[in-house]
Design a protein around this ligand. Sequence first.
Ligand SMILES: [Mg+2]
Length: 224
Amino acid sequence: MIKLIIFDLDDTLYNEIDFVYGGFMEVAVFLSNKYEINKDILFKDMVEILNSQGRGKIFDYICEKYHFEENIGNLVRIYRHHKPKIFLYNDAYEVLEKFKAKYKLGLITDGYKDTQWNKIKALNIEKYMDKIIVTDDYGKEYWKPSIRPFQMMLEYFNIKPEEAVYIGDNPNKDFLPCKELGINSIRIIRPIGDHMNTFLDEKHEANYNIKSLLELENILEELK
Ligand SMILES: [Mg+2]
């Protein structure tokens, strides 16, 4: 019987690109005020670099293009500490409301701790979660695919792995620890998200794939 439902955060409960764009705009405004270049042009450039080069060096490219003399670390800080304007996906809101009374609910999320906590506050999901683990609070060795945050979660509730499910979107790291511990795993494949077109070998993939969190009820029924 399933007693505990654990969720991933980014791209599982809300659309991470909204956070990314919000951070870009914050940096664009900062640079725009300093160098008198239109913020919307800078923002559009950042989005184009993201789409063509991926993450990692976006602010380096911008500074190079416009000959800005900037400390990249400072721009990253502005990005990471911006106040996010993000919203739960409709299906996420619906299942959290529905499952709150029925199951124990948990959250395991990677990413810089201040950033992840800002997202959690902005989404106002602490009221749903019986236990939140921001892996970065415990150190880099707790980031997925480490099994440690999952062990912590099970120990906190004193629940067996087979009584828990984890729902995430990233086959690179979300499901390996679940498979290792025996936690049921479910992959959400949404229309938008960095990992939606990534398909790996069996040990990286979840036990179930879904397109909407509304499909969870049937799977939980099946796992009974
Ligand atoms: Mg995710």
